[in-house]
Design a protein around this ligand. Structure first.
Ligand code: 13P
Length: 308
């Protein structure tokens, strides 16, 4: 892998994994949210990622992968904030094929530190082929790669199965033997796993709803950590019950994605007649709670750099 820009970033994630310090990754569906997220990371000296998903370009107002990179460079301090391309699905939530190579290439060109390819709606063998191709595109350019195995539901427009049923049946949960084969064959850097979390809804009819307070199967998570040996990623990070969040970070989760917990306050402030700066203030308030109370990562930027 090229040492061009990966080295420091990869070492930072190694330190996070070793020391059990979680890295939060914040989604940007509206460009003005970027500075509110970046300023909070700086204010609390917390290391986090600014990220955008293909569906936020398509269905929200983040404009483009390049536009987010430009805003990141304008407002964020790389000492406390990395830049990540979130979900680039091979098949989107409507079942349509996505031109994923174009998104990944655009992110590499725009200077993203890491990219996610999401082949989780494909059969295992095809997910391996696609993810392997992205690793071969990204690693020579010094860009790390996240992939997903198993299904973290919630982005689809139809209703979710009842949550308790989903958790009890472990439907779509990642299988440790498959995860081991997946990581061995693709050489992917981080793996998003399904162990009980769900994404916040994004369909217009449901996107304002309160999220279900998800639980996590910590036993399965531990098996996945032992089987793969790579940092694991938890999607659907908003609204998970506190005890499970804490346990997950002790058992292999290194990156947690957060969208709903900062998007809803932004949208609500605007819907109540507030200005963009009122909406940004609502995001800052949510960030304070997430950094200080929920995940307790104040000072993690300095700690991580000292541990690298
Ligand atoms: P939430 O909307 O539940 O925070 O999930 C975010 C996510 O996983 C984005 O990839």
């Amino acid at each position: 892998m090229s040492a061009k820009r990966t080295d420091e970033y990869a070492r930072l994630f190694d330190a996070a994994a070793r020391e059990g310090i979680v890295v939060l990754a914040f989604n940007i569906p509206y460009i003005p949210m970027t500075s509110a997220v970046a300023d909070s990371l700086e204010q609390y000296d917390a290391y986090g990622l600014i990220q955008v998903a293909e569906l936020e370009v398509r269905r929200f107002e983040s404009k483009s992968v390049t536009a987010i990179a430009e805003e990141y460079r304008r407002v964020a301090n790389p000492r406390v904030a990395g830049l990540h391309l979130d979900h680039t699905p091979v098949i989107d939530e409507f079942g349509d094929i996505v031109d994923w190579r174009r998104y990944i290439a655009e992110a590499i060109e725009a200077g993203y530190d890491s990219v996610m390819i999401d082949g989780s709606r494909l059969p295992l063998d095809e997910n391996i082929v696609v993810t392997g191709e992205v690793v071969r595109m990204a690693h020579p350019e010094g860009v790390l790669v996240e992939a997903e195995l198993g299904s973290v539901l919630g982005h689809e427009s139809g209703p979710l199965p009842p949550y308790d049923e989903l958790f009890a049946t472990k439907a779509g949960f990642t299988i440790p033997e498959e995860a081991k084969r997946f990581v061995d064959e693709t050489q992917v850097d981080w793996l998003s796993v399904s162990v009980g979390s769900v994404h916040g809804a994004i369909a217009p009819a449901t996107k304002n709803q309160e999220k279900v307070q998800a639980k996590l199967d910590i036993e399965r998570l531990r098996e996945l950590r032992d089987a793969t040996g790579v940092p694991l990623v938890l999607h659907g990070g908003s609204g998970i019950q506190q005890q499970y969040i804490d346990e997950s970070v002790r058992n292999g989760i290194v990156k947690i994605n957060i969208a709903t917990d900062i998007r809803q306050p932004y949208e609500r402030a605007l819907a109540a007649g507030g200005s963009v700066s009122d909406a940004q203030a609502a995001v800052s308030e949510a960030m304070r709670r997430l950094i200080r109370d929920v995940h307790r990562i104040e000072g993690s930027a300095t700690r991580l750099r000292a541990l690298m």
